[in-house]
Design a protein around this ligand. Structure first.
Ligand code: GEK
Length: 286
């Protein structure tokens, strides 16, 4: 098995004595080839998320700072059920809607994972991908992350608040788990701006954590999500401290709120294309 390993394609996550590859293979750390790989210095963005592992006297509000950017790839993968499937689906949708001479916007791009999926699957040419984030820490890691993958063209990274960004000639706009971090009162205006930036037939993909009007459904899906995080190796302390850190920063909407907002902006076609527990991805077409 180890003979076929190509180092640049193996994001290795070290935990205790185990080494996990992105596609879930458990490698034997005593194997000499694996030892050689493990001794290489791994890029920061491949570090394991232990940010909330130690008890904090006072849990500060969550920020997209250097510490988060360093562990972000691991954090999002172990916190959002279906994250990889959503990324794959974004590329799948992209290859069907992106047109030549148009733009793709990845808003709140973090490490540029959605842009990478688009880049991998879209075959029309030329077109442009513009990935925007307001966190310098995230954009620095995004540059390293994107540079690791060879491509025929660059993703343009922009340091901007997406509320202020100018968007135009878009065939695809991606909000992959970003809208929930904006002030609720800014969300409708952003969706309207996106609608106006899209060409006819262009698409908006919005992935979000949902909240629910029914307390029973809310607590059922919350509990399932917590079990998912336990299964990903997060401790009770990590889960509760992360929850405290994020509760004032990330404010999810109900599905009905998303649907009404899209409709009010002018989207006549919209549907859920993915859901796992309280995580959803919607596609709306102009
Ligand atoms: C992915 N899409 O992996 N302007 C620009 N960026 C912002 C703003 C804003 N006003 N507010 C938040 N962000 C990514 C994951 S993470 C989701 C997106 C998560 C950025 C913020 O800096 C962060 O990088 C991103 O939105 C949200 O496909 O952490 O759950």
């Amino acid at each position: 098995m180890t003979k076929n390993l190509k180092i640049r394609f193996i994001p290795i996550l070290l935990k205790k004595n185990a080494a996990l590859t992105q596609d879930g293979l458990v490698l034997d750390p005593n194997n000499s080839k694996i030892k050689q790989i493990l001794s290489l210095k791994m890029p920061m963005s491949l570090q394991i998320d232990t940010l909330f592992a130690d008890r904090q006297p006072q849990v500060a509000d969550f920020e997209f700072n250097d510490q988060v950017a360093d562990v972000f790839a691991d954090m999002i993968q172990r916190s959002v059920p279906g994250y990889q499937t959503i990324l794959q689906g974004i590329g799948d949708i992209a290859k069907r809607v992106v047109t030549a001479h148009s733009r793709v916007y990845d808003l709140g791009c973090s490490l540029g994972a959605a842009s990478l999926s688009v880049q991998r699957q879209v075959t029309v040419s030329p077109y442009q991908i513009i990935a925007i984030d307001n966190s310098t820490a995230m954009l620095q890691q995004a540059r390293c992350h994107l540079n690791r993958f060879k491509s025929s063209f660059d993703v343009e990274l922009r340091h901007e608040d997406i509320i202020e960004s100018t968007l135009n000639e878009a065939s695809l706009v991606i909000l992959n788990f970003t809208l929930q971090f904006l002030k609720p009162e800014a969300r409708a205006t952003l969706i309207q701006k996106i609608y106006h930036s899209l060409q006819p037939g262009g698409a908006l993909i919005i992935s979000e954590k949902l909240c629910f009007e029914s307390p029973q459904i809310q607590s059922l899906l919350d509990d399932m999500h917590i079990d998912f995080k336990r299964a990903q190796g997060y401790s009770e302390l990590e889960i509760s401290q992360k929850r405290q850190a994020i509760e004032h920063v990330m404010r999810p909407d109900t599905l009905a709120t998303h649907q009404q907002r899209l409709q009010a902006a002018g989207f006549t076609q919209q549907h859920t294309w993915f859901q796992c527990m309280n995580f959803i991805s919607l596609v709306a077409i102009k």
